[in-house]
Design a protein around this ligand. Structure first.
Ligand SMILES: [Fe+2]
Ligand SMILES: [Fe+2]
Length: 280
């Protein structure tokens, strides 16, 4: 199974540059082209939130027009920049998006790894939380299939990133409870998040938590006392999660790669099927 994680696309109205500089629609088009060029391609694309720069029906329709070119199916969860009602208007009728209840949370069952998609948004605020209701929902979903490897996805990383200029200090509420909850469900092979606009890995809840890279404007690795939040011009990227059924010596395992998006010289083949093609 190949799962591509795309996050923080921050789509604006067509023709608008975010911060007057970033063509996030073009960046999404480039990401879609790179994902479609993968061979073999993914079985699923998971968007971990901040789909739009500010949630609106027009922006989600613009996103849908571009992301609709993906050859693989895509599911998404909201981030702090998103709007649940507008998302429901544009993505309503899809088999995965719940039509009732306050939160956009659901389970993807039809892949080798079960994916539980959580909603960590506090409407109108930047930090995230998992309240008692959402924690109970997650606990119940994990309890349904203790024997199946599972990914838990939410927009806000539950761990502290160490980036002093950003809001990446974990969940405002529910982080300790989530850590304890995950430790009761050892089938969780990964926690996947977005929000911090650069790839970060940390231990959390007895498993591995990972925040994916953005397709639009990466934040810099600023950890100093000035508490800067810088947008860098590092290449955008997506994450590629490979479920390997025979990953000796551990057996089945989830392995995560970063796939930068951009234009480079064509690859040089050194080996093909174990045979040297190019002498060193
Ligand atoms: Fe974001
Ligand atoms: Fe965010």
């Amino acid at each position: 199974m190949i799962l591509v994680q795309i996050t923080d696309t921050h789509i604006d109205e067509p023709g608008t540059l975010v911060y007057g500089h970033f063509d996030t629609a073009r960046a999404l088009e480039d990401a879609v082209a790179a994902i479609n060029a993968m061979d073999p391609g993914p079985g699923l694309v998971l968007h971990t939130g901040d789909i739009a720069s500010h949630g609106s029906v027009a922006r989600y329709q613009a996103f849908k027009a571009i992301a609709g070119e993906l050859t693989a199916p895509m599911v998404l969860i909201p981030g702090n920049h998103d709007d649940r009602d507008a998302l429901r208007q544009v993505f309503g009728g899809t088999p995965w998006l719940p039509t009732d209840g306050e939160y956009l949370q659901y389970v993807i069952e039809d892949h080798a790894v079960r994916i539980i998609c959580c909603d960590s948004v506090i409407a109108g605020d930047t930090p995230g939380e998992l309240c008692a209701e959402r924690l109970a929902w997650l606990d119940a979903r994990l309890g349904e299939a203790a024997d199946r490897p599972t990914i838990v996805a939410l927009h806000h990383p539950p761990f502290c990133s160490g980036m002093t200029g950003s809001s990446a200090k974990g969940l405002r509420q529910g982080g300790l409870e989530l850590d304890a909850l995950l430790r009761r469900h050892p089938q969780v092979v990964r926690v996947l998040a977005g929000h911090v606009h650069r790839p970060i890995t940390a231990a959390f809840g007895g498993t591995i938590a990972f925040a994916g890279p953005t397709t639009c404007y990466p934040f810099g690795l600023d950890t100093g006392p000035e508490r800067l939040l810088n947008v860098t011009h590092e290449p955008p990227a997506v994450a590629v999660h490979l479920w390997l059924e025979d990953a000796a010596p551990a057996g089945a395992d989830l392995v995560t790669h970063i796939l930068p998006i951009g234009e480079w010289a064509p690859p040089m083949t050194l080996l093909k099927a174990g045979v040297k093609v190019l002498a060193g």
